[in-house]
Structures are given as C-alpha cells and as structure tokens.
Design a protein around this ligand. Structure first.
Ligand code: GMT
Length: 384
C-alpha cells in the first residue's frame, strides 16, 4: 500500500492497549509509513530507533482554577497541531476514553481549517467492558465510536459486548492483537532457570498490571495448591494496585520463599523463555496479550474463559480454560499440563497457536482498513 502518515494516540503506561499501539506503530514504521506518537509521556515499548517514528508529547498546563487539568483539551490541541504541521493522513486512537472523543474534537477543528483527517478507533477492553459502560462516560463513548471513520475491536467477544451495551451505528471490524515472533521467542537462558529453580522446580509465571480484574489472589492460591503437590516457583511480573494484597497473601500462606515479585520488567521475554506455565485467571480479558506473549515463548496457559480468551487459548491444546474463580479446577489443569509426559506437547502447541497472530498476518488488516478509510474520506464519504 501507499506509504501514509499516521498519528497514533495511546496510553503510554504498561498496559495492553499501549503495548499494542506502540508495537503497531513500530511495525508500520518498518513498512515505511511515518508514525507520529501523540502521548503524555514516552510509551514504555518505544525503545526503538527508526527514521519513520516521531514522538509528540502532550503538555498540559495546570492552573489554580483547575481541580482536574483538562487533559482531553490539551490532547485534541496537540492532535490538531501535529495533523496540520505533519500533514497527517489519519489518526488512530487506542482506547476509547478519552482518546476517541478528543480525536473527534480534533477532526472537527481540522475541518474548519480545510483538512479532513479520518479517525480510526480501536477498542481494547475495559473502555467497553468496565469504564465506558459507566453512565458518567457512556454517552460520550457511544457518540465518539459512532463518529469514528473506522472502528476495530481486538476480539469477537469485545465486538459482541460493544454491540450489546452501546447503540452502535457503525461497522466494527475485529482485528486481533498480534505478536512479533522475532522478539518473543524462547531464548537460551538455562543459567537463569538454574538460578531460580536450582532443584528443577516447575516455573510458573504471571504478568499483568495487578488490577482487581486480574485476580492475582487466584494466581497465588493456584500456585500454593500446585506447590503442595510438586516443587514449584512463581514469578510475578508487573505492578499495580493489588500488589500489596498479593504480597500479604503470600506471607499468610508462608510461600514468600517461592514467590517473587519482579516489578515492571522490560525484557518479559527473558523470563518467559524459562517458564513452564503462565497463569491468567482474569475476571475480564478482551484478548489477553500477556498470554499470547507467553505462548510465543512456548509457554502453555491456564486461563479463565472470560471475554476473548477462548479465541486465543485453545482448551486442551495450548492449555486450559476454566470458569472465573475456579481455583481448584485451574490447579488440577495446571498439574496436568506440568506433567512431564504432557508438557512438551502443550509447549509446542502454544507456539503453533501464537504463529496465527504473527504481526505479518495482522498488520495488513490494519493497512487495508486505513486505505479504505482514507479512500472513503477522499471521496467525501465520512463519518461526519
Ligand atoms: O487489562 C489490562 O492489562 C490493560 C488493558 C488496556 O487497555 O491497556 O488491556 C486490554 O487491552 C489489551 C490489548 O488489547 C488486551 O489484551 C486485554 O485483554 C485488555 N484487558 C481487559 O480487557 C481487562
């Protein structure tokens, strides 16, 4: 496709939507598109030098009158500024709140300056399943989705939920999340495995932003159960509001020796390279990117069957899916997968499944959508 200039707006913090947006921008830049990230700080995964990547920081001034600084206004203003100066062809916003409404505002302002910059909105999960449905946000979320020139959701389940809870008048295209198999692959880290599991213990890993929906308590209880049957170690990657509760539970269960909190790690793939099993017992999960990263490193997954997880983790093949909160069932399935007669097959299947989400397969879906949206807007068929 013709090379285009795209403004990407996302949350720069550790979290699936920001990771997907950043990885997408990096992959598009490699294809020759010019990518302008517009965020309030440098995205955590933007650790990559490329002549096609640009970064524009949203700087918002506070003022004694503002109890809440008007971030959305500053974001729209920055989008207008970047679109005008860089002659953007398209804005792609990740996570509806407040990015889709800020983009709508920017697009309206740009039309008064004789420029129509179409907006693509990608729905990631909690913007629909939790936060967006709240009456304090719902009218703006519905409006800004319907005003987007293109809308994507990261799983069929997220699309279904969006249509169920919002009055959507635009088509939603499902474009699943993706993985760069060049980066996420099993690396030789035997020395690391030996240091963590000196007696050949099974290594169980969890990675998340430690929010309530991730059910970290379940992770710890499942691990505690596994540990009663086979020698095992647990590594927890990430940080967030539930960390203290999780650490307290480890102390109560007296498993601190075997459960380590690693904090926010950049090189997740190094830990995943030595893992035997990944746990994702989430209450809600529109896709489960962290599970895909594990699978790409040949790690089977025991997950809940929430949201889009059944579209990724194949029951009995790449791991198992259990009802949310079914700690005992998840323990039994984990022990089954960890059995030395079963583990190699699950590992192999996990990698095979991850290949279905290789960036080379998913990137063209975004490029096609961009092309359609740009062509329509040039032909005057707009969401406006
Ligand atoms: O749940 C998180 O960890 C963060 C959240 C976000 O918006 O950054 O993740 C959502 O988007 C990810 C990328 O599309 C998905 O892989 C996650 O499943 C989704 N989280 C939820 O639906 C709870």
């Amino acid at each position: 496709m013709e090379r285009i200039k795209i403004g990407i707006v996302c949350y720069p913090t550790f979290g699936g939507s920001g990771v997907v947006a950043t990885e997408l921008g990096k992959a598009l830049a490699k294809e020759g598109h010019k990518i302008h990230f517009i965020t309030y700080s440098q995205p955590s995964r933007l650790d990559f030098l490329n002549e096609n990547i640009f970064y524009h920081e949203v700087d918002f001034r506070t003022y004694p009158l503002f109890e809440y600084p008007p971030y959305e206004v500053a974001l729209s203003s920055k989008m207008v500024d970047v679109a005008l100066n860089e002659k953007l062809d398209l804005l792609h916003v990740h996570y509806a709140i407040p990015h889709a409404s800020a983009a709508y505002m920017a697009r309206q302002i740009l039309t008064t300056k004789g420029m129509y910059v179409p907006v693509v909105t990608t729905l990631h999960g909690t913007d629909i399943t939790l936060v967006g449905r709240d009456p304090s946000y719902e009218p703006v979320v519905t409006f800004s989705i319907n005003q987007s020139d293109g809308v994507t959701a990261v799983s069929n389940d997220l699309k279904r939920e969006t249509l169920e809870h919002f009055k959507i008048t635009r088509p939603i295209e499902v474009i699943p999340n993706f993985i760069d198999l060049e980066r996420f692959k099993k690396q030789k880290k035997e020395h690391f495995k030996k240091a963590i599991c000196p007696n050949g213990e099974a290594l169980i890993v969890h990675a998340s932003n430690f929010r309530k929906v991730k059910r970290i308590d379940d992770v710890i209880r499942i691990f505690n159960n596994i540990r009663k049957v086979i020698p095992a170690k647990l590594l927890l990657i990430g940080d967030g509001p539930e960390r203290v509760t999780a650490e307290t539970l480890c102390r109560e269960l007296n498993i601190c020796e075997d459960a380590r909190f690693l904090g926010k790690l950049e090189a997740v793939e190094e830990v995943l390279s030595v893992a035997d099993l990944f746990l994702m017992p989430s209450e809600k999960e529109s896709f489960g990117l962290a599970a895909l990263e594990a699978m790409a490193c040949e790690v089977p997954v025991i997950s809940s069957n929430a949201g889009g997880l059944p579209e990724l983790n194949v029951h009995g093949v790449t791991g198992f899916l259990c009802p949310v909160g079914a700690v005992e069932e998840m323990t039994q399935k984990a022990l089954y997968v960890l059995d030395k007669d079963h583990l190699p097959r699950f590992k192999e299947n996990a990698l095979k499944r991850a290949r279905d989400f290789d960036v080379s397969k998913i990137l063209p879906m975004y490029e096609n959508l961009y092309q359609q949206v740009i062509e329509k807007s040039k032909a005057g068929i707009t969401a406006h």
